[in-house]
Design a protein around this ligand. Structure first.
Ligand code: MRU
Length: 351
């Protein structure tokens, strides 16, 4: 695995009073860590994808709010809780689609309210402990997702993945990439195609980077090449992550995922979604209810080019995610096991 797992996506440094994140916008060229002190800095880091990936933004928000609350000077529970609520609402507004951001902040609030009226020193400790628990549970869930995912794969398979649902997107291992890392440890000899993932290139910048660093046989392809490698018989399974899974199994993930699912169905290739059960949102009955983030047109027209590549004033539609219909998904793999259609029955047992 090389030194991949020594890279830490988000952690708290309480002595310095900062949230430390690996700045993913600098990868693969520079491994640079940022120290964030204020809610505004943390919000911006999440919005600009300096820390990104559904579980990782949940962990970063939990550590972030915990760090910010350590310096709040009040002796009253009510004043402390008012400030917590203000920061919580603010951080939750950074990105709308990944449910993990909201879940992590809700969990922090529930922990705090479990100690209503108690002294502020204790409340600060409760927040520190809850953030740590969220991170530890995420890491443990990823390992189990890897084991369940690997049980569906055979040595020597060709795999295709979209976006980055690896170590960089979580606390450890990843979701979609977890079976690949476990397989690597056990000599499965997978060969992996990483879609570049327009427009922000998480596949090229992050998945290609981390799989290569771990010594996995990885080939980078443009998004529009997926059909070609599938047709050539070089892909036996597709593995992707998820930002929010509705109660019926409809799944929001990085834009382009649903197109890959359609291709996989056409070529008869299993399409697997991998994520922790915290990504299943039983409050959304179908994918139609998932709020899809729209982002800056400049990400499409100019961000990666030395000069603008589209006419000035052109209308751009830049949704960051799409919804893959449950009917295109072969199985949804979580830390609790593997769900097959109809997904809702299994989800109700798990949640
Ligand atoms: O916009 P991003 O980079 O945060 O999008 C990330 C994805 O779509 C991932 O596939 C998803 O969050 C799962 S990460 C384990």
């Amino acid at each position: 695995m090389g030194d991949l797992f020594t890279m830490v996506t988000a952690r708290a440094d309480y002595e310095q009073g900062v949230l430390i994140i690996l700045d993913q916008t600098q990868l693969p060229n520079r491994e640079e860590y940022l120290a964030l002190r204020t809610p505004e800095e943390i919000w911006e880091a999440i919005y600009l994808l300096k820390v990104r990936g559904a579980p990782a933004i949940g962990v970063a928000a939990a550590y972030g709010i915990s760090v910010c609350m350590q310096s709040v000077e009040t002796a009253e529970f009510d004043g402390f809780y008012r400030e917590f609520s203000r920061i919580k609402e603010y951080l939750a507004s950074a990105r709308p689609t990944a449910v993990n951001l909201f879940m992590a902040l809700e969990r922090m609030e529930t922990a705090l309210l479990g100690h209503r009226g108690e002294e502020v020193g204790l409340l600060k400790r409760v927040l520190r402990e809850e953030a740590e628990a969220i991170r530890a549970e995420d890491a443990a869930a990823c390992r189990k997702i890897g084991e369940h995912g690997l049980s569906l794969l055979n040595p020597g398979m060709g795999l295709l993945t979209h976006c980055n649902a690896g170590h960089l997107a979580v606390s450890e291992y990843g979701t979609a990439l977890a079976p690949i890392y476990l397989g690597q440890e056990r000599g499965y000899g997978f060969s992996v195609f990483a879609d570049e993932t327009r427009p922000l290139l998480q596949g090229a910048r992050l998945t290609a980077f981390e799989l290569q660093k771990a010594g996995v046989d990885v080939t980078l392809i443009c998004d529009n090449m997926a059909s070609s490698v599938m047709k050539q018989g070089r892909v036996q399974a597709v593995l992707v992550g998820c930002d929010r899974v509705a109660a019926n199994g409809d799944t929001a993930n990085k834009i382009g995922t649903s197109g890959v699912a359609v291709l996989a169905r056409y070529y008869g290739i299993p399409f697997y979604v991998l994520g922790p059960t915290s990504t299943i949102d039983m409050n959304c009955s179908t994918g139609d209810e998932i709020w899809i983030e729209e982002r800056d047109p400049a990400e499409v027209t100019e961000k990666w080019y030395s000069r603008r590549m589209a006419p000035e004033g052109i209308r751009v539609y830049n949704p960051a995610f799409d919804v893959t219909s449950a009917g295109l998904i072969t199985a949804i793999i979580t830390e609790k096991g593997i769900a097959y259609p109809p997904f809702g029955d299994t989800f109700r047992e798990w949640k």
